[in-house]
Design a protein around this ligand. Structure first.
Ligand SMILES: NC(=O)c1ccc[n+]([C@@H]2O[C@H](COP(=O)([O-])OP(=O)(O)OC[C@H]3O[C@@H](n4cnc5c(N)ncnc54)[C@H](OP(=O)(O)O)[C@@H]3O)[C@@H](O)[C@H]2O)c1
Length: 174
C-alpha cells in the first residue's frame, strides 16, 4: 500500500465527501502516505454542495489556484436514503442521482481536463458499492442501487474513452 502510493508523493489528490466516513479515512491515509492535499501533514477542506455544479467548478478553481494541478481524484461522496419505489419521494431520488452520478461526472470531467492540460498521468477512482455490481436483496435500496450501476457503466465507458484518446490516465472502480 505504501509502495504503491509513493508515485503520488508531493502530488495533489482530491477526495469528494471527505467530511466523514470512508472519504475521511481515504483523505487521512493519502495525507499520511503520499499525495498532498496541502503541504505535508495538512489537509485542505473545501466546502461544496456537489449537487450544485457551480460549487464543484469553484472548488476545482480554488484547488488549481492554491494547490496546483490534480493528480488523483477519488469520487467518494455518496447519498442514500432507503425507501420504497412504489411510495418514494422524487426529491430524494433526484438527490441520489445528483450526488452519486452527476457530481461524479462533473468532478471527473474537471479533474481529467486539468490532468490532460498538464500532461499528468493521473488516476480517477470511483467509490462504488456491491449494490452497483449486483442488485442487492434490499428492495428499499432501489434508486441507490441504480445510481451505483450507473457508476459501474461510467467507469467502463470512461476507460474506453481514455483508451481512444490514447491517454495514460487510469480509472478504477471499487
Ligand atoms: N458505508 C458503506 O457501507 C458503503 C458501502 C458501499 C459503498 N459505499 C459508498 O462509499 C462512499 C462513502 O460512503 P460513507 O459510508 O462513508 O458515507 P457517509 O459517511 O454518509 O459520507 C458521505 C460523504 O458524502 C458527502 N456528501 C453527501 N452529499 C453531499 C453533497 N450534496 N455535497 C457534498 N458532499 C456530500 C457527505 O458530506 P456531508 O455529510 O457534509 O453532506 C459525506 O462526507 C459513498 O459513495 C457510498 O455510496 C459505502
Amino acid at each position: 500500500m505504501v509502495l504503491s502510493m509513493n508515485r503520488w508523493a508531493g502530488k495533489v489528490a482530491v477526495v469528494t465527501g471527505a467530511s466523514s466516513g470512508i472519504g475521511a479515512a481515504i483523505a487521512d491515509t493519502l495525507v499520511e502516505h503520499g499525495p498532498i492535499l496541502s503541504k505535508k501533514g495538512k489537509l485542505h477542506a473545501v466546502k461544496a454542495d456537489i449537487t450544485r455544479e457551480e460549487d464543484i467548478l469553484k472548488a476545482f478553481r480554488w484547488i488549481a489556484d492554491n494547490l496546483g494541478p490534480v493528480h488523483v481524484l477519488v469520487n467518494n461522496a455518496g447519498y442514500m436514503k432507503e425507501g420504497l419505489l412504489t411510495e418514494g419521494d422524487t426529491q430524494k431520488w433526484k438527490k441520489e442521482f445528483d450526488v452519486n452520478v452527476l457530481a461524479l461526472c462533473i468532478a471527473t470531467r474537471e479533474a481529467i481536463g486539468v490532468m490532460r492540460t498538464n500532461d499528468i498521468q493521473g488516476h480517477v477512482i470511483h467509490i462504488n458499492s456491491t449494490a452497483g455490481h449486483a442488485a442487492p436483496k434490499a428492495p428499499k435500496l432501489n434508486v441507490y442501487s441504480a445510481t451505483k450501476y450507473a457508476v459501474t457503466a461510467l467507469t467502463e465507458t470512461l476507460r474506453q474513452e481514455l483508451n481512444t484518446l490514447q491517454s495514460k490516465i487510469k480509472v478504477t472502480v471499487t
